[in-house]
Design a binder for this molecule. Structure first.
Ligand SMILES: Nc1ncnc2c1ncn2[C@@H]1O[C@H](COP(=O)(O)OP(=O)(O)OP(=O)(O)O)[C@@H](O)[C@H]1O
Ligand SMILES: [Mg+2]
Length: 346
């Protein structure tokens, strides 16, 4: 649906050129929600703005719905852009227009007749849950409601693609959840393809099918969200993930481990971090290991969550037993698809 081929974008900065995007290639399948995450200045806004050519890249090609946008002339590009809606962090609503008239604006600009505009806007207000607020002004509604107006306005010209640049970054966590749920619903109801820019893994976790991690203008890691969450390969990814999936054990847990180890005279003990993702989370693997290999397992720390509708969990355990069965137990867990990291061994 969306394909970026070797996109390069350089700005003229006061201190010389700024390379905002370096050789970016990305594919977003139809009907999917693609998350793009990175720190401030990584190039996220530059990237999302190349998809509708609000920024024209120095080199590379942008394909949307089979069309090479970089090859279109101005009128063709205007038409093609009607297939691409965009929502912004600061909503960008016109304060002198009501909710209804903000959503109607892109249709007015296209020269659509009033009667048709009403037919188009009414169901959109219904879809985003704002029907009762149609005559209010932006100053009279909440931030979450303003973003619903922004989303309805982006959907007005019936686009195939929705681009979202930090759409939830000005909202509290609960309002963020409701807006992300709305995006999922829109994808389901309208079959839209969504590209979602964020600096929060929490947002990626809640909606994205795939994630691309951007750093200093490059994609340093990309893949299915569940895959990247369970086995982050790049340092930046791990540090961005830390808020949602702690990558290190808390010091309090390590202290408890030291206390436990101090008391014991075991031949062997291992502090393990286990990552379960998908189907294997439903199997009684730990009780299996305890029975079959005669090892003791203390659960010290953990969380179970959901990513892409699949169970996803991390668990810190202290496993104790004789050296050989302990090693076999670890191999058994790995064989069953659990990611096992040995944090320490005594
Ligand atoms: N118009 C511009 N002129 C010069 N440099 C720019 C321009 N716009 C962005 N940049 C620079 O390009 C780089 C990428 O900026 P961009 O806005 O894409 O980052 P971002 O990931 O969206 O950051 P944030 O999370 O803060 O929004 C930064 O170094 C920024 O300073
Ligand atoms: Mg930005």
């Amino acid at each position: 649906m969306i394909q970026l081929d070797s996109i390069t974008q350089t700005y003229k900065g006061p201190q010389g050129p700024v390379e905002a995007l370096r050789d970016i290639s990305l594919q977003v399948p139809r009907g999917s929600i693609a998350g793009i995450i990175g720190r401030s200045g990584a190039g996220k806004s530059s990237l999302v703005r190349t998809i509708n050519l609000l920024n024209r890249p120095q080199s590379g090609r942008v394909w949307v719905d089979g069309k090479d946008l970089t090859a279109l002339d101005a009128p063709e590009l205007r038409t093609a852009r009607q297939d691409i809606g965009m929502v912004f962090q600061h909503f960008n609503l016109l304060s002198s227009r009501t909710v209804f008239d903000n959503v109607a604006l892109p249709l007015e600009l296209q020269g659509m007749r009033r009667a048709l505009i009403v037919q188009r806007v009414e169901p959109l207000l219904e879809l985003v849950g704002l029907h009762g607020l149609r005559d209010r002004y932006p100053a009279q509604i909440s931030g979450g409601q303003k973003q619903r107006v922004g989303i309805a306005r982006a959907l007005a010209s019936n686009p195939k693609v929705l681009l979202s640049d930090e759409a939830t970054s000005s909202l509290d966590p609960e309002t963020t959840r409701s807006i992300l749920a709305l995006l999922r619903e829109i994808r389901r109801e309208l079959g839209l393809t969504i590209v979602l820019i964020t600096h929060e893994m929490q947002v990626i976790k809640q909606v994205a099918d795939t994630v691309a991690v951007l750093d200093a203008g490059r994609i340093v890691e990309q893949g299915a969200t569940l895959q990247v969450f369970s086995q982050p390969a790049h340092e930046i990814t791990r540090s961005l993930l830390d808020d949602v999936v702690p990558q290190q054990l808390p010091e309090s847990v390590l202290e408890r481990v030291r206390a436990l180890l101090g008391k014991s005279s075991d031949t062997s003990a291992s502090l393990l971090r286990l990552v379960f993702a998908g189907a294997e989370s439903d199997r009684p693997l730990l009780s299996d290991v305890i029975r079959r290999f005669n090892v003791d397992v203390n659960v010290l720390h953990g969380q179970i969550d959901e990513v892409q509708g699949q169970p996803f969990g991390t668990l810190a355990v202290l496993a104790r037993g004789a050296a050989a069965p302990l090693a076999e137990a670890i191999a058994h867990l790995r064989g069953a698809g659990v990611l096992v990291q040995e944090v320490s061994h005594a």
